[in-house]
Design a protein around this ligand. Sequence first.
Ligand code: AMP
Ligand code: GLY
Length: 424
Amino acid sequence: MAGKVVLVVGGGGREHALCMGLSDSRHVSKLHCTPGNAGTASLATNHSVSASDITGLLRLAQEVSADLVVAGPEAPLCAGLADELSAQGIPCFGPVAALAHLEGSKLHAKEVMRAANVPTAAFHVLEHGSDIDTALNDFSGQPWVVKRDVLAGGKGVVVTEDRAEAFSFIQSSIESDGRVLLEEFLPGEEASMLVVMDGSGFVCLPASQDHKRAYDGDNGPNTGGMGAYCPAPVVTNEIRDLTIQTIIEPMHAYLCAAEQPYRGVLYVGLMIPESGRPNVVEFNVRFGDPECQITLPLIESDLFELLNAAATDGLSKLEVKFSALHAATVVLAAEGYPSSPVKGRTVRGADSEPLSSSNGKAWVSHAGTGRGPNGELISTGGRVLACSATGPTLEAAVEMAYALLDTIELEGSHHRTDIGFRAL
Ligand code: AMP
Ligand code: GLY
């Protein structure tokens, strides 16, 4: 199977992690990435086609004779990238648009979960301003959870104890989108399960935990994710088995009954209450970012074999091995992230070789990075890079990641200093 050409779509930390994993594959002879970042540029040929330009992506896949296209973000999948590639006979890791709609519409996801009897929070769909007060009364006594029914790039959910704030977010969402979801608040601890699936079967990757709030102690605004670790001990073997039984198996059955089965990774956002019976908070149709950066390094098997199998319904024939190590990643964010990140600043110290010691290894996962006129590394996004590490324990991995982060300079940047605190 040697000599495979792979095109990775996207340009964040997730796509750098995918390029790292694929460049270690014995099957891959050529990697392409679009639009990529300064990190992917050292492993792949970067192209300038945007991840939302479906026609451009299809043309690029044909031009480079891609044997496999790996979709990083959800937007091209919701816009039909996998459908177009399939019509041309090019395998795609990532589901067709009808199934990607699971992430594209929170209401659709709720309807699917109801039909498949998958545990999730109760909810109201609101379309008229006159219904808001009654619905808010229904879920009073706990924070209100309001979710816009559109792809909102992580900005579509408000969790608040302030009734006026909930009211006005519901009202403005009805005005802009025509409807909005009000959900019952679920108490508990969150975890992410990434499940690679196809028509023949599924493979659960080790569970991880993200840190979505901007500041230490889970304070501050929601972000795309400020750091993560894997495996997450909150997902005990018992909870993992329950998750498979009550969530993954019914979802797999539903997603594979479609004309074209789900081929890609299903991100299952879990809320685990003290009772231990997991609920679904959200589905995404892609790898999480930054969960991807610390989950892929724990897969010992060849990454191309795994992604290619999922794209071609070969998963049931594949045996996937995992490492016993722990992994952690800490995101370095630009000044002003998440509301208004400052871009275009020089990043120093991030071009160094990975750190390696008897206690583990640490490397830079690039996200919003590019090159300035003199080849210097510059910031181009809100989440600029992450320092990722593996080690024999979570403590060791966290320590290595922070040791590497200490060597990197970016004016005004911020990061969390407590990644992994729930497990440590
Ligand atoms: P989502 O985009 O649906 O993942 O929501 C963003 C964040 O809001 C989640 O990661 C949770 O922290 C929180 N959240 C969403 N739904 C609920 C819920 N029903 N109960 C409690 N927290 C929630
Ligand atoms: N880190 C959360 C996400 O990728 O949606």
